[in-house]
Design a protein around this ligand. Structure first.
Ligand code: P6P
Length: 339
């Protein structure tokens, strides 16, 4: 059969890519296949959530003080159990757990760490809006067999793999191992992720801005001036932009990767507990910034690249502006000028 009819699956893609980089170990293949395996199980549950009575709240709260939906719990358990027993990792962290997660007794510790948001956008679960899993993989940098938080809290610039799974009308896995950004769509009939979006590149300038305008009064002057600027009528510069905001980071970033423009979650003074915005560095902003940069775009905290931030806390938040390089640069200019 012609190659095109069979399609390239995730394993074949990574193998082909690794042939170009023999220094990459076969472990990367194993890591991404384990993530894909867990994603298939979560995808099955997400897609039948509407039918099975699992949408109720567990009544528990996660470290963010948010009601935990059962699907959150389920996704967290699936990824932690699958990856913790894979032999690839020395330590893990997820949005759902306040502390780092050790590898269970009796299982081999590997040479990588992984930080995950197992089910991002969970407030959208029961309104059938796209949700997703976000993952960030680093090489172990500490000497002991068991990893520590230090193996997780590395700048995003060090990531060896990052990506997300978006559970929507189809389930897609979008990832990078530093050699471009590639999208795979799950074919449930064979249970394989097949390459559907090779070498994704973000347009250098877009015409969509994505932000929760309800927070306008709480933003800095620079962010407000930028938003006012892109709403002004100026056909020569392609303004006004269209606005799109799904309220699910994976869905908003996925659209931005494919269509360009800028997705923003700025710092705001709405909630004194969250002075740096809402999104998490380790398992949301850093992996998404990794993808945006490897797709030819940019990702900024407003004052510098997200990938250059040295993490100081497991669940720390950072302001996040990402997408088309030219749009992110222009935002940064407004922040320099007005803040
Ligand atoms: P807001 C979902 O809860 C989430 O963590 C991200 O997926 C999303 O980008 C953001 O919060 C939306 O937050 O304040 O606009 O509802």
């Amino acid at each position: 059969m012609a190659d095109g009819m069979i399609g390239i699956n995730l394993t074949r893609h990574i193998y082909e890519k690794q042939k170009e980089h023999p220094e990459a170990t076969g472990e990367l293949t194993g890591i991404l296949n384990q993530i894909a395996f867990a994603a298939k199980i979560v995808s099955r549950e997400v897609n039948k959530a509407g039918l099975v009575e699992i949408l109720g709240l567990t009544g528990k709260e996660n470290v963010q003080g948010e009601e935990v939906q059962k699907l959150d719990d389920f996704a967290n358990e699936i990824f932690v159990n699958t990856l913790g027993r894979s032999g690839h990792f020395c330590i893990m962290a997820t949005e759902e757990e306040v502390d780092t997660i050790p590898i269970p007794e009796g299982y081999k510790c590997g040479y990588y760490s992984i930080a995950l948001d197992p089910l991002d956008g969970s407030s959208n679960i029961d309104v059938n809006v796209n949700i997703g899993t976000i993952f960030a993989v680093h090489r172990k940098i500490t000497g002991e067999e068991k990893g520590t938080a230090e193996d997780l809290m590395q700048p995003g610039r060090n990531l060896i793999a990052g990506g997300y799974v978006v559970y929507g009308s189809s389930t897609m896995l979008v990832m990078s191992t530093g050699n471009g950004v590639h999208g795979f769509t799950l074919d449930p009939s064979v249970g394989e992720f097949l390459e559907s979006h090779p070498d994704i590149k973000i347009p250098v300038k877009g015409k969509i801005y994505s932000i929760n305008e309800g927070n306008y009064p709480y933003w800095s002057e620079g962010v407000r001036q930028y938003i006012d600027h892109i709403k002004e009528k100026d056909k020569a510069t392609g303004r006004p932009y269209s606005t799109r905001y799904i309220g699910s980071m994976v869905a908003d970033v996925h659209r931005t990767l494919l269509k360009g423009g800028i997705f923003m979650y700025p710092a705001d003074n709405k909630d004194p507990r969250k002075p740096h915005g809402k999104l998490r560095l380790l398992y949301e902003c850093a992996p998404m910034a990794f993808l945006c940069e490897h797709a030819g775009g940019a990702a900024s905290t407003g004052t510098g690249p997200v990938l250059d931030v040295q993490p100081t806390e497991l669940h720390q938040r950072v302001p996040f502006f990402a997408g088309s390089a030219q749009d992110v640069r222009e935002l940064e200019e407004f922040i320099v000028k007005y803040d």
